[in-house]
Each structure stands twice: as C-alpha cells, then as structure tokens.
Write a protein of this length. Structure first.
Length: 146
C-alpha cells in the first residue's frame, strides 16, 4: 500500500492557495477543473516531495473546491485519506474479512471507500489500470456514506 493524498474541501480556492502555497510553502503539482461535476481539484506537495508527487502521485494534499456554495459542518470539509493498493479486490476482501464495511465497493475495479472506527473516509485506488469488474463487487451496493 502507498499513501497518496489527503483531501480537504475549501470554500475559497484563492484564499486557500494563498495559505497553503504562499504561507505554508506547498507547491501546486496538478490542477483539474471538472465542468461536469462543477468542481476543481488542486494537488499540492511539500517542496521536498514535489518530484515524488509528480512521479508517484503522492504524498499530497488535495484541495477540492466545489463551484456551487456549500456549508461544511461537522468536519465535512475534511474529505478522505487515499492509498494505492496492488489488488483492490484482495484489499477489500481482507478488510471485509476483518469486519470492515465496504461503504463504496470497487464495482469499477478501480476505487473503493471504507471508514475508520472514528468515521474517517479512506479511499483505496487500484495501482495501474482498473481490474476487470468481478463479483461480488460488481453488483454490491453502497453502504452508508463514504
């Protein structure tokens, strides 16, 4: 497993970039404007991690800016931790066998979400190309929130 990023939702992207980049010293590595979903993702890395972040997609902080105003209460501004795994099906099966609920199953062979005992959302991403959809995952429904 490889640590990738931590996602934080921000209300004002420019103000947040001023804080994280100009004041804290992080550097922008990637930016994605997703018109269909009406959000922008900005990935930041510490200066010593920029090369590794560009090469291996981590470790980074992901700022998520939703274009439509939204109030983030109850810690909703904190999004998730993300980890890259070698086999998403095996990782999810191991977690499920240990009693962990798979909140968002890897139906696409690429992405899954679980929650820590404290309710922190954890994203699992398949290393490389997505695996072929397979049962029981392909038809498994979401459980709770993620």
């Amino acid at each position: 497993m490889q640590y990738l990023h931590t996602m934080v939702r921000v209300r004002d992207l420019e103000q947040s970039l001023d804080f994280y980049c100009n004041k804290l010293g992080l550097q922008e590595v990637n930016r994605y404007d997703v018109e269909a979903g009406r959000f922008t993702l900005v990935f930041l890395a510490a200066p010593e991690d920029v090369a590794r972040a560009k090469e291996k997609s981590g470790p980074m902080v992901e700022l998520t800016y939703n274009w439509d105003p939204e109030e983030y209460d109850g810690g909703r501004n904190f999004g998730h931790l993300a980890y890259l795994v070698d086999d998403i099906y095996a990782a999810c099966q191991k977690l499920m066998d240990a009693g962990v609920t798979i909140n968002r199953p890897p139906r696409d062979g690429h992405m899954a979400f679980v929650r820590s005992p404290d309710g922190i959302s954890i994203e699992l991403l398949q290393r490389g190309e997505a695996l072929e959809p397979a049962e029981p995952w392909a038809s498994m429904e979401n459980t709770g929130t993620w």
